[in-house]
Design a protein around this ligand. Structure first.
Ligand code: ADP
Ligand code: MG
Length: 633
């Protein structure tokens, strides 16, 4: 049996203590998840051994069948979970169990404190599964031997989960890990065949390795034998189906099974919005099972982002969340792809330059976009999707030129018709006004600024819908979106207004009077270098003025944002359009007072700045001008 050296006592990292306390209290109603976590760790360890064994066969020597064993002992009040996976060295035990090395852990603790209701979901997302065993155990003993090391170099770790753990050397006959839980009195009810089987079925049925459990079965007395004492025998049973869901026939799989598989795969406890299961046969054959989650995961916006599709080769797990399988803007798609057309010992370099991977990537991209198209037929579900992932999808316009039209079709915007981001470009086109031949939009830093922009006045008066774009990424995005389905997309705050109504344009041109020309000259004189030009506006009906940029300039708020982020942005001056019918300009027209003229001209300009959400260079001068104007009699 095991030979222990003098154990060494070590302290848990403070965060571990906090975590343990919180976990034990907030997760008790979900206590059975501990088994899912330990089984999933065992399965990971088996994956690793298989994968590393492909290139280093020493690691799989003497392994036997990869499997997970569960045993319970009512008398000893223990539950034991063993695997013949990769195992750990002493250093690895210290690093993995006892510290929380992962960067997300602090955030996890904060979230857990704030949101104890969803604790079990958080546990999965943050991967702090091992410690969940303390929910049901008052003491844990873990014996592990790393594959490729010898019998006497095993490690035993024990802890009561109260601030410290002990470590000692020991021996272990086979490589792998055995975890013994000394169950709390309140949890002894779990130590029976029925409960354990039920938990395994519920959470771990699809684990790719057999989960075996020794159970006592009564031996039926033979006929004629005296039935004095009931004898039992130990029988080892496989208690999970260990079958890869994606290998089965679509028509045999129930929705609940797809959902359960999703939860197991992602540790996301909310049901997916949709999935798509397909087998592709051809030069490159593969099976894929893709999901659209309903909730954005932690870290979706991190620089080093996690992708969601796992790669399998001939049902052997190769790599989690590979960034080679879909473009970055589809990083939120979860699922698996399994192919026979790659070597099992595939290296990162091969993945990098593989034609097979390219083909699969194209296929999965198309499949994902089609899946989103189908989802968009369900307005409610699609709104959910859009709220969580719309912004990620927009990145695709810049990233994936070959699918631009498809991606554009999936976009949703607010508009002058609805505040909700629910208007597709297709729906917009379908209800375009008579004679309208362009898709109009405006970008701003908030819905309010967008809705109240003077740029919209002429459109409102003519009953033309304008899309309201308020996402920081929209200005960048529209740089890739010049047209949709043959119809030009036009930013109403840039360039001259063109409502596609030629006759009216000419009339407006003619209508510029001599007084108006003078008005423009007086404005220019006061504003000088502040603006590129001053023009009589065709787009204003109510406001006094509006700033307009040329088609190639950045929009005002985007330029501001880039500046604030420290970028050196070349300044392209806007021009100012004025509404000669507005009282301020009527007043300017009538007066010959120099101070008053200059005050009005400046105010007209400053109002335009304020209306686009910009800040004034000198607010106190603005206030002084305003007061002078009001006090004038
Ligand atoms: P996660 O599984 O998300 O990494 P856990 O808390 O469940 O987080 O496990 C922490 C680490 O401990 C694992 O990443 C792994 O390195 C190690 N570990 C846990 N259980 C085993 C096991 N049965 N065999 C080998 N290593 C294990
Ligand atoms: Mg784990």
């Amino acid at each position: 049996m095991t030979k222990h050296t003098q154990p060494e006592t070590m302290q848990f990292q403070t965060e571990v203590n906090q975590l343990l306390n919180l976990m034990i209290h907030s997760l008790y109603s979900n206590r059975e998840i501990f088994l899912r976590e330990l089984i999933s760790n065992a399965s990971d360890a088996l994956d690793k051994r298989r994968f590393e064994g492909l290139t280093d066969s020493v690691l799989i020597e003497g392994q036997g069948n990869p499997e997970i064993d569960i045993a319970f002992d009512k008398a000893a009040k223990t539950l034991t979970i063993s695997d013949n996976g990769i195992g750990m060295t002493r250093e690895e035990v210290i690093d993995n169990i006892g510290t929380i090395a992962k960067s997300g852990t602090k955030a996890f603790l904060e979230r857990l404190e704030a949101d104890q209701k969803n604790a079990s979901q958080l546990i999965g997302q943050f991967g702090v599964g091992f410690y969940s065993a303390f929910i049901v155990a008052h003491e844990i003993e873990l014996i592990t031997r790393k594959a490729g090391t010898d019998e006497s170099s095993a490690t035993i770790w024990t802890s009561k989960g109260e601030g410290e753990f002990t470590l000692a050397e020991t021996t272990k006959e086979k490589a792998g890990t055995t975890i013994t839980l000394h169950m709390r009195e309140d949890d002894l009810d779990l130590l029976n065949e029925w409960s354990i089987k039920e938990i395994v079925k519920k959470y771990s049925d699809h684990i790719a390795y057999p989960i075996m459990m020794a159970v006592e079965k009564p031996i039926m007395p033979k006929e004629g034998e005296e039935n004095s004492e009931l004898k039992t025998e130990r029988v080892i049973e496989q208690i999970n189906s260990a079958e890869s869901l994606w290998q089965r026939d679509r028509s045999d799989i129930k929705d609940e099974e797809y959902e359960a598989f999703y939860k197991e795969l992602t540790h996301d406890f909310s049901a997916p919005l949709s999935w798509s299961h397909n087998r592709v046969e051809g030069n490159t054959s593969y099976t894929s099972l893709l999901y659209i989650p309903s909730v954005a995961p932690q870290g979706l916006w991190d620089q080093e982002v996690k992708y969601g599709i796992d790669l399998y080769v001939q049902r052997v797990f190769i790599m989690a969340g590979s960034d080679k399988l879909v473009p970055r803007y589809l990083r939120f798609i979860k699922g698996i792809v399994d192919t026979q057309d790659l070597p099992l010992n595939i290296s990162r370099e091969i993945l990098q330059n593989s034609k097979t991977i390219d083909t699969i990537r194209q296929g999965l991209t198309r499949r994902s976009l089609t899946m989103l198209e189908s989802l968009s037929n369900d307005a409610e579900k699609y709104a959910k999707f859009w709220g969580q992932f719309g912004r990620v999808l927009k990145e695709g316009l810049g990233e994936d030129h070959s699918n631009r039209e498809k991606i554009a079709g999936l976009l949703r915007f607010a508009s002058t018709v609805t505040d909700e981001e629910s208007v597709s470009l297709k729906a917009y086109k379908e209800r375009m006004a008579e004679g309208q031949d362009k898709i109009y939009y405006i970008t701003a830093d908030s819905l309010n600024t967008a809705k109240n922009s003077p740029h919209l006045e002429i459109f409102k008066s003519k009953g033309i819908e304008v899309l309201l774009m308020t996402d920081v990424i929209d200005d960048w995005m529209t740089g890739f979106l010049h047209e949709f389905d043959g119809t030009e997309m036009v930013n109403v705050a840039k360039g001259d207004v063109d409502l596609g109504d030629k006759a009216e344009d000419q009339e407006a041109e003619k209508a510029v009077t001599e007084e108006e020309v003078k008005l423009v000259e007086r404005m220019k004189e006061v504003l000088g270098e502040r603006v590129e030009n001053v023009k009589i506006s065709k787009r204003l009906t109510d406001s006094a003025s509006v700033l307009v940029r040329n088609e190639h300039a950045l929009s005002g708020h985007f330029e501001k944002m880039l500046r604030e982020a420290g970028h050196d942005v070349p300044s392209m001056k806007p021009w100012l359009e004025i509404n000669p019918k507005h009282p301020l300009l009527v007043m300017l027209d009538k007066t010959s007072d120099a101070e008053l003229s200059s005050d009005i001209a400046m105010l007209v300009y400053e109002e335009a700045l304020l209306l686009e959400g910009a800040q004034l260079d000198n607010p106190s001068e603005f206030v002084a001008r305003l007061n002078r104007l009001m006090n004038r009699k």
